[in-house]
Structure formats: structure tokens, C-alpha cells
Design a protein around this ligand. Structure first.
Ligand code: SF4
Length: 237
């Protein structure tokens, strides 16, 4: 399977948890703010040395809360991922999957096999602006994302619901719709979109118009607060 590497001990990939994080290549979206677009496009990727990685995981397993697999979109390589996660579970290490939740068929296979203990996902809104795809495709993918939220709820998995916050859009209608499809333990992480010099986004022109939000973050925080929803803000400085 194609990877861009792993980190044995990470404190920044799942809120409040220590993870062993693996990055897998490929993605079905083209988010303009994406700073992992090289991984998403398969650039600089190489074949995972599975044995070496599992050995390092086993050595570090006493330190970590989750084996966290991210990307890119890990479910692009779901068949191999399924076999890898079975090996991780054999080490008695809980699994956290970061997915854009649009590949619901593969997701269901992994959940059905009991290979995932925690999900992290981005609620990207407005989809037509944040998915980086034509409007019709974005609308279809948004419906799949909502189905993905229902699936996670059906399996009762805890969820880290990340919301990338762009500048210049009212994203609340989509957040409300997403929350309506969620019936499991979750908290929200607001991720204000950032561009250069902190990150290297796929589309710099898009990012100069829509990264570095200010009022939008405060407004969303207030609305989540009103609903009594636990949330955290990833500050860029
Ligand atoms: S932000 Fe995530 S879902 Fe979007 S293109 Fe990048 S890796 Fe794919």
C-alpha cells in the first residue's frame, strides 16, 4: 500500500490523544485548501514496509491511545487497509480512522469487521466550494458524507467532527444538516483554514480569498456553545 510515512508518537493528530499516525496516499476530493495535496495526489509516496511499521507500533504501543490512519483518504486503499488494521488489532491497539466519509461502501466493510474504534472527519462546507469538484459531484458527495455520519452513528463509534472554517461563507446550514444526521458521542474541532507561510495549500489564489477567517470562527463557536456542543479551536498562533 502507498504511504508517505508514519510517526511513532504524535500529540497533534487526534484531540487530547497520543497516536501512532500513518499517512496513506490518494484521495477522491480536490479540496483547494488541502495542504496534504502531494500525498492526496500520490506524489513522493512509496510502498509501506508493513513489517517494519508493525514492529515499531508494537514497541510504542504502551504509549499510545490510537493507531491513527490518515492521508489523503485512507479508504482509497481499503482492501489492503482492512488487512493492515486486522494486524494492528491483533496487537491490541485501538484504531482511529480519519476519513472524508464519502466512500461509504468501504467504510461499512471496515466497521462491520470491527476494525475501527474511533472516527475523525471533516465537515467541509459549502461542499461546492471546499470539495474542489463540480457542483453536481459535490452535491452527490455531500449526500454520501451524511450517509457516512449515519453509519458511524449506527455503529456507535466516537467521532471527532472537524470543521474547516473558511472566510466569506455562511457554513451554518450545512453544519446543522450534518448534526441532524449524527447520533453518537462526538465533539467538534474548529480548524480555521490557514495558508502561507504556515501551510502550502493546493490553491494559493483560493486560499488568499478564503483562508485566515476571524469573525467566522467566533460566530461558529457561539452557535455551538448555544447548542451545548463541546468544541475546541485549533489556533494558528
Ligand atoms: S483535505 Fe483531505 S479530503 Fe481534501 S483533498 Fe486533502 S486529503 Fe483529500
Amino acid at each position: 500500500m502507498l504511504t508517505s510515512g508514519w510517526k511513532a508518537v504524535s500529540m497533534v493528530d487526534v484531540h487530547g490523544k497520543v497516536t501512532f499516525t500513518l499517512w496513506l496516499c490518494g484521495c477522491n476530493l480536490k479540496c483547494p485548501f488541502c495542504h496534504n495535496w502531494r500525498i492526496a495526489g500520490g506524489k513522493g509516496c512509496f510502498e509501506l514496509e508493513r513489517g517494519a511499521m508493525l514492529e515499531e507500533l508494537e514497541v510504542n504501543s504502551f504509549l499510545i491511545d490510537y493507531f491513527h490512519v490518515t492521508g489523503g483518504e485512507p479508504l482509497m486503499q481499503w482492501a489492503e487497509l482492512s488487512s493492515l488494521l486486522a494486524s494492528v488489532k491483533a496487537l491490541d491497539v485501538p484504531v482511529s480512522l480519519n476519513t472524508n466519509l464519502t466512500l461509504v461502501g468501504p467504510l461499512e466493510k471496515l466497521l462491520n469487521a470491527g476494525l475501527v474504534d474511533h472516527i475523525a472527519t471533516d465537515l467541509k462546507a459549502p461542499p461546492a466550494a471546499l470539495y474542489g469538484l463540480p457542483e453536481e459531484a459535490s452535491e452527490r458527495l455531500w449526500r454520501l458524507f451524511l450517509r457516512g455520519l449515519e453509519l458511524v452513528s449506527n455503529y456507535g463509534l466516537p467521532l471527532e467532527l472537524r470543521i474547516p472554517v473558511p472566510k466569506g461563507f455562511d457554513v451554518w446550514p450545512w453544519i446543522e444538516e450534518g448534526l441532524g444526521h449524527l447520533d453518537t458521542e462526538f465533539y467538534v474541532v474548529l480548524n480555521p483554514l490557514v495558508g502561507k507561510p504556515l501551510t502550502n495549500p493546493r490553491d494559493e489564489a483560493w486560499c488568499s480569498a478564503h483562508c485566515w477567517p476571524e469573525d467566522e470562527v467566533r460566530n461558529l463557536g457561539e452557535r455551538l456553545d448555544e447548542l451545548g456542543i463541546e468544541f475546541h479551536v485549533n489556533r494558528w498562533a
